[in-house]
Design a protein around this ligand. Structure first.
Ligand code: TYD
Ligand code: MG
Length: 447
């Protein structure tokens, strides 16, 4: 791309470059995200100055093509892939951590990124580059999490050159290097501030180079806001081997670890953790049950979601109460707001709930976010149960599970992966409610 006077406009969200300023980034559609960068020329000459040009020239004299059959069996796979000693972490990665790979670990501030990565370094040993916290703070956390101090090295710095210098100096390289976080890291070869697009790009580039040349696995922490529109993580995703997202409602205790990109494995596994005073506890096993109590109750219904490959039994709760305000309240936690509104309309039409004079609060226990429409029926069932102030049951049976997408006409549609969910229902000894239309919910009210 040609640049006038070395000035370019870089999108803070996705990192795309433009010749002139514009209100909206045409690549990612983010508004007002273009930032003028004047030292672009400096950037380029800088790379050359550091010897990238020379390196290429000298390497070119002895280009070597490796035939794969010549290295067959010559390397130890176990050395290349190693366990994180956190089973849920390994599950998400496929088998484990790959030597010399670069992982981006992103999530909202406060979700528990530093906690999980402290646990990781505590378990397998490594170097923790602390840019946000002091050595004392990390030391306290290590004690609180009851981790071994041996093998846990801390480098307290915001300076990228310190990391490079250290790795060049030490003989025994750390197996894993955690950089917490990329947003506070600066390279003093650039004048821009920490967290700017230039710094993030440069620091990530140099860390990736370090990982590849030294064979150290690097985990880069990147904060994202709810909208995901902070500089960095979006742009970094293209550069690294693995992109992990750590998510969960901060008020709830559940945390989910997902991979959205993985050059070494699949991306459809989810790791599940619980945050408590001893840090993040793994929730192991094939089946997950996120119930708050036993027994049937008013305003509560069960459903089965699929997280990654695993079915999870979750409880949905609703509170439908008479409203005292002009505009009744509608609060949906863990459920898409528009979907919730739509389900209310269907319930109003088919079950006769006069929502215009009722406040509605619906939440998913454990702070889960529902992405599947399969929970529709359960949401309608909880609202109905709360409205009539009666439990929904079949005879004097156990808890009922409601599964199905609800159409605008009130029909209940079949869902995918039914067999998997039915196995889960059996495993927990709960019952599937047979419902073809939303109106059928009335038959579960025992008079
Ligand atoms: P932290 O790992 O600092 O989040 P991040 O690095 O993603 O910003 O975790 C922040 C929250 O986790 C904090 O509010 C307190 C809570 N926490 C616990 O509940 N138990 C613990 O053992 C630890 C270390 C943190
Ligand atoms: Mg942190």
């Amino acid at each position: 791309m040609s640049k006038k006077n070395g000035v370019v406009f870089v999108c803070r969200n996705c990192g795309n470059e433009f010749n002139k300023w514009q209100g909206q980034c045409t690549a990612c559609n983010e508004w007002n995200s273009l930032q003028e960068i004047t030292n672009h020329k400096f950037q380029i000459t800088n790379h050359v100055k550091r010897g990238y040009g020379k390196l290429q020239k000298s390497k070119r004299q002895n280009i070597e093509v490796v035939n794969l059959s010549s290295i067959e069996g010559n390397f130890d796979k176990n050395k290349i892939i190693f366990s994180s000693k956190i089973l849920e972490f390994d599950r998400v990665l496929g088998k484990g951590l790959v030597q010399g790979s670069v992982l981006l670990f992103s999530g909202e501030p406060g979700v528990g990124k530093s906690t999980l990565l402290t646990q990781l370094v505590g378990k397998i040993g490594g170097l923790y580059v602390a840019g946000e916290e002091s050595v004392e703070q990390i030391s306290l956390r290590v004690d609180r999490l009851r981790l071994k101090r041996k093998g846990f090295d801390i480098l307290q710095t915001n300076d990228l050159e310190d990391i490079v210098e250290y790795l060049n100096r030490v003989e025994k390289l750390p197996r894993i290097l955690v950089v917490d976080s990329i947003q506070v890291l600066v390279s003093n070869e650039f004048s821009s501030v920490a967290g700017s697009i230039t710094q993030i790009k440069e620091c990530a580039f140099r860390l990736i180079e370090l990982a590849k040349t030294k064979g150290v696995t690097v985990v880069i922490v990147g904060h994202v806001t709810k909208g995901g529109n902070i500089a960095g993580p979006k742009l970094l995703e293209h550069m690294v081997d693995v992109v992990l997202y750590f998510e969960g409602e901060k008020n709830g205790e559940l945390r989910f670890l997902r991979s959205v990109k993985n050059r070494f494995g699949s991306t459809n596994e989810v790791g599940v953790f619980k945050m408590n005073k001893n840090g993040l506890q793994e929730i192991r096993g094939k089946n997950l049950k996120l119930l708050e109590r036993d027994g049937v109750s008013v305003g509560s219904a069960l459903t089965i979601l699929i997280e990654g490959k695993r079915p999870i039994l979750v409880e949905i709760q609703a509170l439908v109460t008479e409203s005292f305000s002009q505009i009744p309240k509608r609060v949906f936690l863990g459920i898409d707001y528009n979907r919730g509104q739509l389900l209310m309309a269907v319930a109003q039409k088919n079950l006769g709930i006069p929502f215009y004079k009722y406040d509605v609060f619906v939440s998913v226990t454990g702070g889960m976010k529902i992405k599947e429409t399969v929970a529709d029926l359960a949401v309608v069932a909880t609202m109905y149960s709360s409205y009539i102030n009666k439990e929904l049951r079949m005879g004097n049976s156990d808890k009922l599970v409601f599964l199905g997408e609800v159409s605008l006409l009130g029909e209940v549609k079949k869902i995918r992966e039914m067999a998997k969910r039915e196995r889960e229902i059996k495993a927990w000894g709960v019952k599937l409610a047979e419902v073809k239309s939303v109106r059928d919910l009335k038959k579960f009210v025992i008079q």
